[in-house]
Design a protein around this ligand. Structure first.
Ligand code: GLN
Length: 489
């Protein structure tokens, strides 16, 4: 029987390291032992770097590496470029891609002393909600391994939920941090667009992509955000100015908090009654803590999915044009008849079905004659969705909703039906469309033999992470969902 981790939150491990109750090497070894024992079933990691991780941990123990994350074993999504190992995006196209440089977030995490254990599985190029679109394998939900961990950052969520790291990093273009956090019982934060550098994050939809953390607790997510946030001259969309201290007042409850409930969310179809009940109960907790619950309206939210599934594919079709087997990526070994044939064979072999579908949709929606009707209309909807949020945040501080309409679904349940999979993003995409901040945190479990986590989403205004995290912490401090762990043997 595998020993449980002595400390499975970053905050607890940090305190234990400071008190010399454990060492970075000891902690890293404990995590690596669990990876050996459990990852064959969970399948969270695409690649691990045990020797490098132990060497980094040894440097921390020797006092040569310091920082807020010193000695803490973490995992990073495999669409973040690392100068070591591979960066596959879980695609055949980049199966053996070795990045010559580190993404800015990787640099910052390591500069803060983090020990990167490995790189985690995702839906190919971050397109999906279950990791079933990974060209490598499907990751499993540690709460029930017949189910998906969510996606696209499913490997990062599964790794943390299974105790194969103490914190992890994902990316969120339309929900890819919040939805897997919800399905795996974790806290997952999508920072405001521009809060964290995208330099070295392999681009999916550049106007929507943002890097963010997973933790067991709000404090852990805040700690990781602290280490990653800030301006980067290499990402012109990252904002200038100082990064607030996200931990300073985290435990101070917000007085006069106004929690907004959007009536349009009640109309959303396909929401599991258990999810609705858990979210309603969470709102009651806020009421009991003295918050005021206010009705707000987000009238254009119902066009969110349609707009997202035009904007994201348009940007993807452009971003992914570089993988042609000449400039970048897999090149066919078949005989070819000229450059067009080389490119088309290489792309047909290198990209999976979902990626090809999005490239085709995006190319179509941008083509002459259709661009105006499709892409430009989607941009108009985008402006309206943003205006809805501006109006709503004049009346409330955070907006509460489910993160995902259902708890974790079975592997294979939705993989044959792209539209059903897209609808799983109904509560998450508008946050990216508007460029605001969002967090998911555990707010209950389904009934049954294998209870599954349910997530509460809180949305906050752009650059409102300090208050958003405080509001999340307020709920967390009044409940104990975040203390539950899946049983794995
Ligand atoms: N599930 C959404 C999609 O398939 C979101 C993905 C993401 O945030 N990377 O596009």
């Amino acid at each position: 029987m595998l020993p449980p981790l002595p400390f499975d939150t970053l905050t607890a491990a940090r305190a234990a390291l400071a008190a010399k109750q454990t060492s970075a090497v000891e902690l890293t070894k404990a995590v690596l032992a669990r990876v050996d024992a459990l990852d064959p079933a969970v399948k969270a990691y695409v690649s691990t770097y045990p020797e490098r991780a132990l060497a980094v941990a040894a440097e921390v123990d020797a006092g040569r590496r310091t920082g807020v994350l010193a000695g803490l074993p973490i995992a990073v999504k495999d669409n973040l470029c690392t100068s070591f190992g591979t960066t596959t995006c879980s695609s055949r196209m980049l199966a053996d891609f070795r990045s010559p440089y580190d993404a800015t977030v990787i640099q910052k995490l390591e500069a803060a002393g983090a020990v990167i254990v490995g790189k985690t599985n995702l839906d190919e190029f971050a397109m999906g909600s279950s990791t079933e679109n990974s060209a490598l394998f499907t990751s499993r939900n540690p709460w029930d391994t017949s189910r998906v961990p969510g996606g696209s950052s499913g490997g990062a969520a599964a790794a943390l939920a299974a105790g194969l790291c103490l914190g992890s990093i994902g990316s969120d273009t339309g929900g890819s941090i919040r939805q897997p956090a919800s399905l795996c019982g974790l806290v997952g934060l999508k920072p405001t667009y521009g809060r964290v550098s995208r330099y070295g994050l392999v681009a999916f939809a550049s106007s929507l992509d943002q890097v963010g953390p997973f933790g067991w607790t709000v404090a852990d997510a805040a700690l990781l955000l602290q280490a990653m946030a800030g301006n980067d001259p290499r990402d012109s969309t990252s904002v200038r100015g100082d990064v607030p201290d996200y931990l300073a007042e985290l435990d101070a409850p917000l007085t006069g908090l106004r929690v907004g409930i959007a009536k349009e969310y009640d109309a959303a179809e396909g929401v599991d009654p258990q999810v609705r009940a858990a979210v309603a109960a969470a709102v009651d907790v806020y009421r009991s803590l003295g918050a005021t619950v206010v009705d707000v309206s987000l009238p254009h939210t119902r066009y969110g999915i349609a707009a997202y599934y035009v904007i994201a594919p348009c940007e993807a079709s452009s971003n992914l044009a570089r993988y042609d087997g000449v400039h970048y990526g897999h090149r066919t070994a078949e005989p070819v008849d000229g450059i067009i044939d080389l490119v088309s064979k290489s792309r047909a072999e290198g990209f999976g079905d979902e990626v090809q579908r999005r490239i085709m949709v995006g190319t179509y929606a941008l083509s002459k004659g259709y661009g105006e009707r499709l892409y430009h209309n989607a941009l108009r909807v985008r402006a309206k969705i943003k205006a809805d949020f501006d109006a709503a945040f004049a009346r409330c501080d955070v907006i509460a909703s489910p993160t995902s309409p259902t708890a974790a679904f079975k592997v294979g349940e939705k993989s044959a039906d792209p539209l059903a999979m897209y609808l799983a993003d109904v509560f998450t995409v508008t946050c990216n469309i508007a460029g605001i901040a969002g967090v998911s945190l555990p707010c209950g479990f389904t009934a049954g033999e294998k209870p599954l986590p349910i997530g509460l989403q809180l949305l906050g205004p752009a650059f409102g992470e300090v208050n958003l995290l405080r509001a999340a912490r307020m709920y967390e401090a009044a409940t104990d969902w975040h203390t539950r762990r899946p049983v794995l043997s």
